[in-house]
Write a protein that binds this ligand. Structure first.
Ligand code: NAD
Length: 462
């Protein structure tokens, strides 16, 4: 590996969560900025759990460097050595090294990717205080992001009191606000009044929207990297070529000039999140449910199937774009790029993974469009195809005819089976309040949904 120039960056960006995504996303942007000659910031990388230790050791042996492989929808691969991570923080059970790094005045941003489940929030987005890890941290531990950040901030408040930005980079709606709310509840339960007051005055938690499909690197990635670059990399990472990062420009102690490398710094991330949820996430589910129903395994196969692509295209074009207009985003272009990304055969994402969690995706991703269309006096026929596909998918699940295990954190299996024991399962499904809320009482909705299910069955030849 070529050696990095020794770091003289005066400002440190501390990242917690040494997963693949950080190294394909935030580290890539910082790398591009440094490569352009702006070396004022560099990354220090740490992990809360012990599960990243082999990776951190491999990175430390490579002075923080690794190769990122990206692949376009046309199959073109590119290789880039990423050099922005200039300090690897070794893991220890008390997170002593991480705490010391976070408390240094040079550390001005602390970002994190600890997965959606790493925030321990219930359906109302309140802290799940029954969780064993949260309970351990309420007693002074540091197993969760709340315990770790509380420990860092406590030390920082004592040592220098310098302000710092806490930047959530996980895939969560309103991720900065939700993290801050969870952290506040956590500190209130610990009666940390002085720290709460300090946190309110000296920190910011801007919301962010992050996007780049980054599968877990398979062993083939290292082989391809060696063939293409000659580098024997023990920690390579692979991602799609597309990348996007939108951040609310509300930092407590400065930030890198990220706008120089394509990051969108905005006043509010909400329109970007809404476009992502309704266009990217809902279309993804539509494609996965439809693809499963015709026996396909991979997202790209289903996206490249004309009838399925058309369903996703019509849903976005006919219903979502009118609902989200006006928008700072070119929504038609966003739709086309999303469908192109899903068609990338080299990502090999499965319909099983994306079809999961329908009972939270229908209310979260799809019902807002149904309601807004109804308010506008329109009949959202294209959107209704999505819950219609899910109805037929659920029927197959009920009959034991799905080709895989269906995973759904919100599924009440006995209640879902009972839907199909009624005289009119479709009427019972349409009236299900957990899926459709107030729409469950709407006779026109039930009738239109029935027409959409007939259309799905006709497409399936059933
Ligand atoms: P990964 O499996 O490679 O890494 C997960 C990291 O989170 C590990 O460092 C692990 O130690 C840590 N972690 C897991 N649970 C934790 C917990 N409860 N508390 C503290 N740390 C915990 O995953 P990844 O690909 O890096 O993705 C991580 C997150 O990034 C996703 O959950 C998502 O929110 C966001 N993201 C990922 C992608 C993607 O395509 N991979 C795209 C957009 C956003």
């Amino acid at each position: 590996m070529p050696h990095a120039t020794p770091s003289i960056a005066p400002s440190v960006w501390l990242h917690i969560g040494a997963g693949s995504f950080h190294r394909a996303h935030q580290a890539w942007y910082l790398h591009r900025l440094m490569a352009s000659g702006d070396r004022r910031w560099s990354i220090a990388l740490a992990n809360i759990r012990d599960d990243a230790t082999p990776l951190l050791d491999a990175l430390a042996a490579q002075r923080g460097e690794y190769v990122l492989e990206t692949v376009t929808p046309q199959g073109e691969r590119r290789y880039e050595t990423i050099t922005s991570i200039q300090k690897i923080i070794p893991w220890d059970a008390e997170l002593a090294a991480l705490t010391a790094e976070g408390a240094r005045p040079e550390t001005r941003v602390i970002s994190f990717t600890v997965t959606e489940a790493g925030y321990y929030l219930d359906n109302q987005f309140n802290l799940d205080r029954q969780n064993a890890d949260i309970q351990a941290d309420l007693r002074g531990g540091c197993r969760t992001i709340y315990g770790a950040v509380a420990q860092i901030l406590q030390r920082r408040m004592q040592l220098n009191g310098d302000p710092v930005t806490l930047l959530n980079c996980d895939n969560l709606r309103h991720n900065g606000d939700r993290f801050r709310h969870g952290l506040m509840q956590f500190l209130q339960l610990r009666h940390e009044d002085a720290l709460i007051d300090w946190l309110e005055r000296r920190t910011r938690c801007p919301n962010t929207m992050v996007d780049r499909i980054t599968p877990r690197p398979s062993p083939e990635v290292a082989i391809r990297v060696a063939e293409a670059t000659g580098i024997e990399d023990r920690a390579p990472v692979m991602a799609e070529s597309f990348i996007q990062w939108v951040i609310e420009d509300d930092f407590a102690a400065g930030r890198p000039a990220l706008e120089q490398v394509g990051v969108e710094l905005v006043a509010s991330v909400l329109p970007y999140e809404e476009a992502k949820i309704r266009i990217l996430n809902a279309s993804h589910s539509c494609i996965a449910w439809a693809g499963t129903l015709i026996g396909q395994r991979f997202i790209h196969e289903s996206t490249l199937t004309d009838a399925i692509r058309q369903m996703a295209y019509d849903y976005v074009t006919q219903d979502v774009i009118p609902c989200l207009t006006p928008s700072p985003i070119d929504l038609a272009d966003y739709r086309d790029r999303v469908l192109e990304r899903f068609g990338n055969p080299d990502i090999r994402d499965t319909n099983q993974r994306v079809a999961a969690d329908g009972f939270s995706k229908i209310p979260g991703f799809i019902v807002p469009t149904l309601l807004e269309c109804a308010q506008r006096g329109e009949r959202p026929r294209a959107t209704l195809m999505l819950p219609a596909l899910f109805f037929v998918f659920l029927l197959r699940w009920h009959q034991g005819r799905l080709p895989y295990d269906y995973q759904d954190g919100m599924l009440d299996a006995p209640a879902a089976h009972r839907l199909f024991a009624t005289d009119d399962p479709l009427a019972a499904y349409a009236a299900d309040a957990t899926l459709f809320g107030a729409l469950g009482h709407d006779a026109e909705f039930a009738q239109l949904l029935r027409q959409a299910v007939t259309q799905v069955n006709r497409w399936l030849g059933e």
